[in-house]
Design a protein around this ligand. Structure first.
Ligand SMILES: Cc1ncc(C[n+]2csc(CCOP(=O)(O)OP(=O)(O)O)c2C)c(N)n1
Ligand SMILES: [Mg+2]
Length: 674
């Protein structure tokens, strides 16, 4: 690419050579002084030095404004400084102090400064690439002229998310620049031993996007190529992949003694040090005098020393902040639950579960144009289970978006888009496929608000159907809801009734937390009363769907149906079972279950997922902590046996919960009554 085709007027004016040199030198000085601190054991955790790579960070960021959004990786201090991050707040974060960008919750690898468009560094190699892609999607949907930039390494270019993201950015012409800092190494692994193809840059050709390889140690070359790339991206024609060839001067991280590299090669790169190279150019071109450059160096060194002294004296963070800012919209245990008011004649209609879900989606979309649906085959096909049927005809291709089969990046792009201020509602065709997206959901969506100390919100709802009883076999039948509740920061909602499905989804869509909204295949066609007037049912409140005095059956999702049938059978034997529908796994309403169990003095937990590590184990543990003295019988669990879900109906029946198994468990619990 060349600047010949560049429409430079659209871009911010370039800083002067002196200013550029100051930026390069600032990154160098920061990294040098802080690596010493780290090696002296004064910083918690690890340290990834970007010494040697300064011209990439500065060359990219000097062309950006605060409206342009950067996602960085583990080696991100230089990117943040170059983007305009405050030296004191970055340094304080490295010390783990409250004045730091993340108040000590993020540390060296997890910092954001949204005021300068720095949308987070990231400890997951390649994890930030779809996030930047999603930010670009948000920028485009909001019709801004800004761009997103993803910094990542040569190692990250071998992650699936790299390929998925390039593909998505290409098909949707997203305003994103992918900047691969090829520093020759992924830890101790040379790039050429793990990367096929002629070059990382040329991988762009496979996706039909513009790509270029550039000398990443040459600031002028970087500035030039990035400017050209920005013009191409801003013209709306193509995302761009830039491979910046550079060198990691230091070991990979604090603990790396850097013993595996050829000293001659190191020397060659050292001769091309980007800071010295630019310094001598500036002198050669008479853009500054030696005295001016030395004065800059002295000033920057002074700032670093003073800032360091200040940071060394900072007090440790207050322990109580550990428990703050997990959720953008914290669950409110006192929120009124409209579903506890019985529906009067004429105030409701009978609706199917799928229809109730669609209504909640449509109401959000009608209210706010930022909402859109994002998933595989959600357009003309209406989604695999037809929940979005007819919506494409109503809302069109802008708001009902078919995606490639790229679950990790479906999630990652939703994360980025949500961060960027639009409201994607993602769909995974079957819950089994969510395993491909766990990193984005659990390492990113669930953590960003917390680790960036509340600067970043991830308001996304990811819908997906779970469940067996249909003979789909092991990869299309699983209930993985309990796997998601293990990590804080993400809500897991598993509605049973159509009314709950609509009311809970309405709450999820309005709040600004990441949510996995788990539907059930066997429930889509079931009917129930849904109020004509829209309502929001708060998350984290279990619902007693049948009152009883002899035993509590606690279930979620489709298991509520089976538990109610079991309760009918038990009634014939004179046993009055109370049925509690958990409705959400996160937040988890332990109180309602414990109170019910305390009343009935017996508890059977009914979970469709596998027994081991299920939510029922969590509830059982909690109830015995909270209500041990009231229980009159051991808590029993009915759950899927610990085998993969087989396909043949007889085999499936053998391992999944059934009405008979629930009845048997209830009777056994009562027999055991002390
Ligand atoms: C998903 C994941 N796998 C592995 C790691 C461990 N790890 C951290 S950085 C790194 C090397 C990354 O190489 P590259 O992308 O080239 O970046 P560089 O360190 O060279 O800047 C590895 C293996 C990680 N953090 N995340
Ligand atoms: Mg590398």
């Amino acid at each position: 690419m060349s600047t010949a085709d560049a429409n430079a007027s659209d871009l911010p004016p370039l800083p002067t050579p002196l200013q550029l040199y100051e930026r390069l030198y600032t990154v160098r000085a920061f990294e040098s002084i802080m690596e010493d601190e780290s090696k002296a054991g004064r910083l918690p955790g690890t340290f990834h030095s970007s010494v040697g790579q300064e011209a990439v960070a500065v060359g990219v960021c000097a062309n950006l404004t605060n409206a342009d959004l950067v996602v960085s990786n583990h080696r991100g201090h230089g990117h943040f400084l170059a983007k305009g991050g405050d030296i004191y707040k970055i340094m304080a974060e490295l010390f783990g102090r409250e004045d730091g960008y993340s108040a000590g919750k993020g540390g060296t690898q997890h910092m954001a400064g949204t005021e300068v468009g720095f949308m987070g560094s990231n400890g997951i190699t390649g994890g930030g690439i779809p996030v930047a892609t999603g930010l670009a999607m948000a920028l485009k949907r909001k019709k801004t002229n800004a761009v997103a930039v993803s910094f990542f390494g040569d190692g990250a270019a071998n992650q699936g998310t790299f390929h998925e993201s390039l593909n998505m950015a290409a098909i949707w012409k997203l305003p994103v620049i992918y900047v691969c800092e090829n520093n020759g190494w992924g830890m101790s692994t040379p790039v050429e031993t793990v990367s096929a193809g002629p070059s990382i840059a040329q991988r762009g050709a496979g996706y039909g996007i513009l790509y270029v390889a550039v000398d990443g140690n040459d600031l002028d070359a970087m500035l030039d190529q990035v400017r050209a790339a920005l013009n191409m991206v801003k013209s709306g024609e193509t995302p761009v992949l830039i491979e910046a060839r550079t060198w990691r001067v230091k070991g990979h991280s604090r603990s790396d003694q850097n013993l595996y590299r050829d000293k001659n090669v190191e020397q060659t790169w050292s001769d091309r040090d980007p800071v010295r190279l630019y310094r001598s150019r500036v002198l050669e071109r008479r853009q500054a005098s030696e005295a001016e450059l030395t004065a800059i160096e002295a000033r920057v060194d002074g700032v670093m020393r003073e800032t360091l002294e200040r940071c060394r004296k900072l007090p440790p963070p207050r322990p109580e902040i550990t428990f703050e800012k997990i959720y953008a919209t914290p669950p409110d245990p006192k929120a009124p639950d409209p579903s506890q008011t019985p529906l009067a004649e004429g105030t409701f209609e009978t609706k199917a579960y799928w229809q109730a879900i669609q209504e909640a989606l449509s109401e959000a979309m009608d209210r706010d144009p930022r909402y859109y649906i994002f998933g595989q085959d959600v357009c003309e096909y209406g989604g695999c289970f037809k929940v979005t049927r007819g919506m494409f005809e109503k809302y069109g291709r802008e708001r009902i978006v078919n995606t490639p089969i790229s679950e990790a990046s479906i999630a990652g792009v939703c994360v980025g888009a949500g961060m960027g201020g639009v409201r994607p509602v993602g769909e995974f065709m079957f819950m089994d496929f969510i395993l491909l997206a766990f990193d984005q959901l659990l390492n990113h969506a669930a953590k960003f608000h917390y680790i960036y100390n509340g600067q970043i919100k991830v308001p996304i709802v990811m819908r997906t159907p779970m469940g067996g009883y249909r003979g789909y076999g092991a990869t299309h039948s699983q209930c993985l809801d309990a796997m998601l509740m293990k990590l804080p920061g993400i809500h897991v909602v598993t509605p049973w009734s159509p009314r709950d499905a609509k009311g809970l989804l309405a709450s999820c869509l309005e709040a600004e937390n990441p949510v996995v909204f788990v539907e059930h295949k066997a429930l889509y066609g079931t009917n129930g009363p849904v109020p004509k007037q829209s309502e929001k049912i708060p998350l984290g409140k279990a619902n007693i769907v049948r009152a009883g005095k002899d035993i509590t059956l606690c279930a979620n999702s489709y298991m509520v149906s089976l538990s109610l049938q079991a309760a009918e059978k038990l009634k014939a034997d004179g046993i009055e079972a109370e049925v509690v529908d958990l409705r959400c796994l996160a937040p988890l309403d332990r109180d309602t279950v414990a109170q019910s169990a305390a009343r009935t003095q017996a508890l059977v937990l009914v979970e469709e997922g596998h027994l081991t590590g299920g939510w029922s184990a969590e509830i059982a543990a909690s109830v015995q902590e909270m209500a041990f003295g009231y229980l009159d019988a051991p808590i029993l669990r009915v759950a899927a046996a610990d085998v993969p879900v087989p396909s043949a109906p007889e085999l499936e029946r053998a391992m999944l919960p059934s009405v008979e198994k629930i009845v048997a468990a209830a009777k056994k619990a009562l027999e055991n009554r002390g």
